[in-house]
Design a protein around this ligand. Structure first.
Ligand SMILES: C[S@@+](CC[C@H](N)C(=O)[O-])C[C@H]1O[C@@H](n2cnc3c(N)ncnc32)[C@H](O)[C@@H]1O
Length: 212
């Protein structure tokens, strides 16, 4: 087991995080015991962040002290791996839909470094009072105006790093995904310097991860 980034481990061609709650699975991932530690397999087909790492991400902007604002946290699949990593940080999980939020709330009862917030990411003014300092903004929202939501939240919380998982088909189904990716990059470049852009196929088709 080799640590490739802060709190992210690789064994063969799989990646792992160290389980914050040993013995407990979050989404039926594999648990692996090595020495006195337990690791959770991080599935790239279930988590776009894992896909970006396996597709060659160079710089991972999250460490054990990071505070993360997570837009579109759903049931917490990816957030649970962040929670394994940010042992001295906090994850503010924003989700607009009640159903996935119910599962996320259960997860937050065990994992004390995550806070559930039922809110619309279009309206950061609704949660800005709850969210303290943000080091990393992570967004995974399949909406037509996903770039607008990202810029709006970046401007309001001014994190050091921003990550957006872009789904081309939600922005324009009539355009080729590569054209959508170029359009999105041009839009983001008006505001921020792009550090890395990684296409997520075959793990997530027609998606690109953009790091600023
Ligand atoms: C692709 S899923 C997220 C999966 C999750 N990020 C993971 O990797 O575990 C997208 C989520 O964004 C949520 N969403 C869509 N529009 C939103 C909005 N305006 N504000 C907050 N969440 C939103 C959806 O309800 C859905 O749960």
């Amino acid at each position: 087991m080799k640590e490739i980034f802060d709190g992210v481990y690789k064994d063969g061609n799989r990646i792992f995080t160290e389980n914050l709650i040993p013995g407990k699975k979050v989404y039926n991932e594999r648990l692996l015991r090595k020495g006195n530690k337990e690791y959770r397999s991080w599935n790239p087909y279930r988590s776009k962040m894992a896909a970006a790492i396996l597709k060659g991400l160079k710089k991972f902007p999250i460490n054990r002290k990071s505070n993360i604002l997570y837009l579109g946290v759903a049931s917490g699949t990816t957030a649970s791996h962040f929670s394994d990593i940010v042992r001295e940080g906090m994850i503010y999980g924003i989700e607009v839909a009640f159903r996935p939020m119910k599962n996320f709330i259960k997860l937050c009862q065990e994992r004390k470094n995550m806070l559930p917030i039922l809110a619309d990411a279009n309206k950061p003014e609704r949660y800005e009072a709850i969210v303290e300092s943000v080091d990393v903004l992570y967004q995974d929202i399949a909406q037509k105006n996903q770039v607008e939501i990202f810029i709006k939240n970046m401007e309001r919380f001014e994190p050091k790093h921003g990550i957006i998982m872009v789904k081309a088909r939600s922005i324009d189904i009539s355009m080729k995904p590569n054209q959508v990716f170029e359009k999105v990059k041009q839009e983001i470049k008006k505001h921020y310097e792009i550090e890395e852009a990684i296409k997520l196929a075959p793990y997530a088709k027609d998606h690109i991860a953009i790091f600023v």
